[in-house]
Design a protein around this ligand. Structure first.
Ligand code: SF4
Length: 225
């Protein structure tokens, strides 16, 4: 948990909540301790979170929930309902692998912002996420999110030799017409599998070139800092 974040909920000040567990195994994942449930982590319950956030509302705008993959958690729906009841705005960062859960929170109007991480082009998706998943589920989530009325963004992470500029442009083509793309920077110092990723990073000018090349496909493309 990070009690104050200026960057996780676009345009808002938020408390950043991190949940463990992910159904993907991206070699470049910076959260090894989150994707393996067996690594002990401090736990905090819903009541405690409400107690922490509620007195800060007015200063904070809401909470951001990331991971790991928040939609793997059965208790997420009741947590989001409580946030609604408390009038606390919520941003979720997801890997889009659970279309029914995404549809549910949108239908029930339980969230205010959705960030969707797309690890690689759909044609190489299972190789990049390093797990047997149903790519049709990701496609379905993308459709649902693009039709929704809430603000959303897609996020990608270019990595030399693994997710190249051409891959980002393939993703851009798949998501063409979407509202916003955020290009995340790769940090090779904390990753799941350094053997696959290496330590090379794209330079600032290479990232700007990727941003400019992807720009025609989106309403807005930004580099994260
Ligand atoms: S989807 Fe995100 S949290 Fe899950 S393994 Fe990939 S980088 Fe890590």
């Amino acid at each position: 948990m990070n009690r104050l974040s200026l960057v996780d909920f676009p345009g808002k000040l938020c408390m950043n909540l991190i949940v463990p567990g992910c159904n993907y195994r991206c070699a470049y994942c910076p959260h090894e301790q989150l994707i393996h449930h067996h690594i002990p982590m401090p736990k905090i319950g819903m009541v405690e979170i409400v107690k922490l956030v509620r007195p800060r509302m007015g200063f904070l705008d809401g909470v951001s929930i990331g991971g790991g993959e928040p939609f793997l958690h059965r208790g997420l729906g009741s947590f989001l309902s409580e946030m609604r009841f408390q009038n606390i705005k919520v941003r979720i960062k997801t890997n889009a692998s659970r279309p029914r859960a995404v549809q549910y929170v949108l239908d029930e109007e339980l969230i205010d912002y959705l960030s969707v991480f797309i690890p690689g082009p759909l044609s190489r998706y299972t190789d990049i996420v390093n797990y047997r998943i149903n790519v049709d589920d990701v496609k379905r989530s993308i459709q649902i999110i693009r039709k929704s009325n809430i603000p959303y963004e897609f996020r990608v992470k270019p990595i030399p030799g693994l997710v190249e500029k051409e891959d980002i442009l393939e993703i851009a083509n798949t998501l063409s017409g979407s509202r916003r793309l955020v290009i995340e920077r790769f940090d090779p110092t904390h990753i799941l599998d350094p053997k696959v990723c290496g330590s090379e990073v794209f330079s600032q000018s290479e990232l700007e070139d990727i941003r400019d090349s992807a720009s025609p496909y989106f309403g807005e493309v930004i580099l994260s800092y």
